[in-house]
Design a protein around this ligand. Structure first.
Ligand SMILES: Cc1ncc(COP(=O)(O)O)c(C=O)c1O
Length: 385
């Protein structure tokens, strides 16, 4: 069959690849698996959200389509949520509810770019972004990773990469895979750069709830909608990853165009997901804070252990969900190193090379997946290697 040859050049989904190793090794006999692979909060959704959904499932209306962009009342409640968490006034026509942040990214890219256009991508980058950009023929202009940067983007390097084909600067903050949080002031500078070069600053803020403070003030700029596009994942915020709960936020004009793709791609975010999101937005601010504190405790435990020294493993950058580490095996690429960790220590994690070229010395540990009291076990196993 003549399958689009562009797709053959793209890496296979890395989580699927890494998880397939589980069937090939017998580590489980020695150790219970420590799964630091796919980033999934290890706690369940709030019990009251689950109870709310139980009730909603009795209502036949729950099983119907909604408007393409999502129910008006859900988007209105989401605007209030943004008012509290970003101190910003958003309007429902600036929001499209999506099947996770993943679909929001597709909508954004298809609205902003044509095949052959360029997007500036500081490395390491979230692997699904790289795979999506390759799928639709947009050229990623990589900024190589600087291990001394703490995972923060370099403004001058970004500016140098801008060409007449550049459509956007793509950032993830807090970063997947480094955990680094781009400070609000740096985001302001990046917005100014995007504005001065008539391009878009696109920020995937999937992990924003783990920052514990207002991520930035960009939405308070009167012209934010001309140069800023925001991607959200409430899958992480409310522990609803399986409900596929995301949003695209941008100018009303962008959303109007995005709805043409939304309609032909998925029609709408499923109603049960919208109802869960609405409940979370209206009732779960303090639940989010409790879980943010837990994530920050895990992060503190990880950084303290690495600064005390763990063989030759080096912590290069980290944040509330992720540690981006350098592995000590110079003769191995990161796939081999990740496989070694699984075979010898029962730790499953992602190889750095999944996050772009030139990253074979690194591994991503999604420690947000495990209980705080399992972090000691993780460190012990690394020490024994
Ligand atoms: C940076 C980033 N964006 C998007 C996603 C996907 O989010 P969703 O599950 O809402 O599609 C993830 C999931 O891990 C992520 O890390």
């Amino acid at each position: 069959m003549n399958i689009n040859s562009w797709l053959r050049q793209i890496q296979a989904p890395p989580i699927t690849e890494v998880k397939s190793w589980l069937g090939e090794c017998d580590t489980a006999a020695k150790y219970p698996l420590l799964d630091l692979c796919q980033a999934v909060p290890n706690y369940p959704p709030a019990p009251e959200l689950i109870a709310h959904l139980h009730q909603a499932l009795d209502d036949p209306a729950t099983y119907r389509y909604s408007p393409d962009e999502g129910l008006a009342e859900v988007r209105a409640d989401l605007c209030h949520w943004y008012q509290r968490h970003y101190q910003s006034v958003l309007y429902p026509d600036q929001i499209c509810l999506t099947i996770g942040a993943s679909q929001a990214f597709w909508l954004a890219m298809l609205c902003l770019c044509q095949p052959g256009d360029e997007v500036i991508v500081p490395l390491p980058a979230y692997f699904d972004h790289l795979m999506a950009l390759q799928s639709y023929g947009v050229n990623s202009q990589y900024i190589p990773f600087d291990a001394n940067s703490g995972g923060l983007p370099n403004l001058a390097a970004i500016e140098e990469k801008i060409t007449p084909r550049t459509r956007a600067i793509l950032l993830v903050s807090p970063s997947n895979p480094t955990g680094a949080i781009i400070p609000p002031q740096q985001l302001e500078q990046l917005f100014d750069l995007a504005q001065s070069r008539s391009i878009v600053l696109l920020i995937d803020e999937t992990y924003n709830c783990f920052i514990g403070s207002t991520p930035h003030q960009l939405f308070t700029r009167s012209n934010w909608h001309h140069h800023f596009v925001h991607i959200a994942s409430f899958g992480k915020t409310f522990a609803l990853t399986g409900l596929r709960c995301g949003a695209l936020i941008g100018s009303a004009e962008l959303i109007e165009q995005a709805l043409k793709i939304q309609d032909s791609m998925v029609v709408c975010q499923p109603r049960p997901t919208q109802l869960a999101l609405q409940y979370g937005c209206c009732h779960l601010d303090s639940w989010i804070v409790e879980n943010t504190v837990i994530m920050q405790q895990r992060h503190a435990a990880v950084t303290a252990s690495f600064s005390a020294g763990i063989n030759e493993f080096e912590l290069i950058a980290s944040g509330s969900f992720f540690a981006w580490i350098k592995h000590p095996w110079g003769d191995m690429n990161s796939r081999q190193a990740a496989r070694n960790l699984l075979d010898k220590a029962g730790i499953i994690c992602l190889p750095g090379e999944a996050f772009g070229p030139g990253l074979k010395s690194y591994l991503r540990l999604a420690f947000g997946n495990i209980e705080t009291n399992q972090i000691g076990e993780l460190i012990e196993r690394l020490k024994q290697l």
